[in-house]
Each structure stands twice: as structure tokens, then as C-alpha cells.
Design a protein around this ligand. Structure first.
Ligand code: 5RP
Length: 261
């Protein structure tokens, strides 16, 4: 791995703990103004001190994030479909030059294994890995799950491993029972979990705890943080699990205290 690639990865995955809390706010690229992200800047601003990286599109970063901010950007560079159409029909929407201009610490796309456009999305990942290797920019592959897929360890292991074999540097997938098998399938490639739909806070914390216990190096969470009744409390609680080795109960206490302030 070249110096630039290593440097960018260590801006995202903190060398002190080997872990990371990514804040995902890229939902608008296919969901439009998702609950909590209509004014993305206002939502994100108080959360930035507790996030290790921000997953976002180029349009959102230019609109709502000040360039002086000290946060590694994981740039969502795939899209081309919406919730109204076939989700797997993605293309690369942002070229590597623009990712460099934005000073992205990583680039990311979704891969839809089993989806109608499976091959095209694997090809997208492959192109990003070629570009990323050329310029020292790591690629985070998101294992997107189509409506008809079952999110079990077998499926998530299959899709994560395909992303690893295609050359992804970080895998983002979903937590499930038997998650350690998914992590094992990824070998040395670090794995983070997405949060998915909004859950009660205690359940989202249990999920983060389970993922870390099973070998994930962190989370890339969106709705379970920014749609919480205490987004700051929630990101602090998640952080306490990921970086601080806290239990679910200890983390929940952090969330509760912050909520009741
Ligand atoms: C969409 C994404 C989103 O960033 C992802 O779903 C993370 O957010 P959440 O925790 O809300 O699921 O990658 O494909």
C-alpha cells in the first residue's frame, strides 16, 4: 500500500484504537431530503466533533460543509437512481479529479450483489479501485441490499467478499447474526456496519456493540444518529462503544444524560 493510501486510511481509522465512527449523511443521493437532512449543515454541525469521518456527496459537501472543517471526507461517487426506480441501477457520478479537488480521504460506491444491475455495480467498484490505487485514495464498498435479499451472514459474507476480491479497502455492510463469519470472509480488509433504518436507541447501541465484539472496526451510521431525539448523545454513546470499550448500558447512560441536559 502506498504512503498516500496509508495516510488517508489512518485519517479515517484512528491509529490509536484501530477503530472509527463514520457519520453517513449521503442519503439524499437517492432519497432526496431524508428526515433530518433537509438542512444537512444544521444537522451535521454539532456532530462533527464526535465523528472520525463524514460520508457525503460532492453536492452536499459544497452546499453545507465549510471547507475549513477538519474532518476526513468519504465521498459518495455513485448514484444515478432514486427510491422511485430500480435501486441497483447505479453509475459513477463523480470523477476522481473532483474527488481529489475535494480532498477526499476515501471514495465510495454501492455494490448490489443479486440485484438487477449486479455486474454494473461491481464494475463501478472495480473502476474506483483502479482510480483509487492510482492516486492513493482508498475505496469503501457499500454492500447495498435490494428489497428481495435476506440480510443474513451467508448473503452478507458473499457480497462483502466479492467487494474484497474486487479490491475494496474498507467494507461497509450490515450487522446480522453470525456477523463474525462476515468479518472473517473479509480477511484483513476492515469492516464497518451501516445503521440502517431508525431503531430505538438501545437497540442501535446493541447493534454497534455486537458488531465491534464480532470484529468490525467501527460504524458508518446515519439515521440512528441524526434521527435520534438526541443526535449528539447518540453519537457520543456510539463513540464510547467503538473507541472507549464501553458496554451497552454505559453507552446508553451517556445518551440519556445528554438527552436530559
Ligand atoms: C446508502 C448508504 C448510507 O450511507 C447508509 O445507508 C448509512 O446510513 P444508515 O446508517 O442511515 O443506514 O450507504 O447506501
Amino acid at each position: 500500500m502506498n504512503w498516500g493510501m496509508k495516510n488517508r486510511i489512518s485519517r479515517i481509522i484512528k491509529p490509536k484504537t484501530g477503530r472509527c465512527v463514520m457519520l453517513a449523511v449521503d442519503h439524499g443521493y437517492f432519497q432526496g431530503p431524508t428526515t433530518g437532512l433537509s438542512n444537512l449543515g444544521r444537522t451535521v454541525e454539532p456532530l462533527l466533533p464526535y465523528a472520525d469521518a463524514l460520508m457525503i456527496t460532492r453536492g452536499a459537501v459544497r452546499n453545507w460543509i465549510e471547507p475549513i472543517v477538519d474532518i476526513p471526507i468519504i465521498l459518495r461517487v455513485s448514484g444515478g437512481q432514486s427510491i422511485l426506480k430500480e435501486l441497483s441501477n447505479e453509475t459513477i457520478t463523480t470523477g476522481i479529479e473532483d474527488a481529489i479537488r475535494i480532498n477526499a480521504s476515501a471514495i465510495t460506491c454501492s455494490v448490489y450483489v443479486g440485484g438487477e444491475y449486479e455486474r454494473e455495480t461491481i464494475e463501478n467498484l472495480s473502476k474506483l479501485v483502479d482510480d483509487g490505487e492510482k492516486y492513493g485514495i482508498p475505496v469503501l464498498a457499500v454492500t447495498a441490499v435490494g428489497k428481495e435479499m435476506v440480510r443474513d451472514a451467508r448473503y452478507l459474507g458473499l457480497t462483502s467478499r466479492i467487494c474484497v476480491e474486487t479490491g475494496a479497502h474498507i467494507i461497509k455492510t450490515y450487522y446480522t447474526e453470525g456477523f463474525e463469519k462476515v468479518v472473517e470472509a473479509c480477511g484483513k480488509v476492515p469492516v464497518v456496519i451501516a445503521g440502517g433504518k431508525k431503531l430505538p436507541e438501545i437497540d442501535a447501541l446493541k447493534m454497534a456493540y455486537g458488531a465491534i465484539s464480532d470484529g468490525a472496526i467501527g460504524v458508518d451510521m446515519g439515521r440512528n444518529i441524526f434521527q435520534s431525539d438526541s443526535p449528539v448523545g447518540m453519537i457520543q454513546a456510539v463513540r464510547a462503544i467503538v473507541h472507549g470499550g464501553k458496554s451497552v448500558d454505559e453507552a446508553y447512560e451517556i445518551y440519556e444524560q445528554s438527552k436530559n441536559k
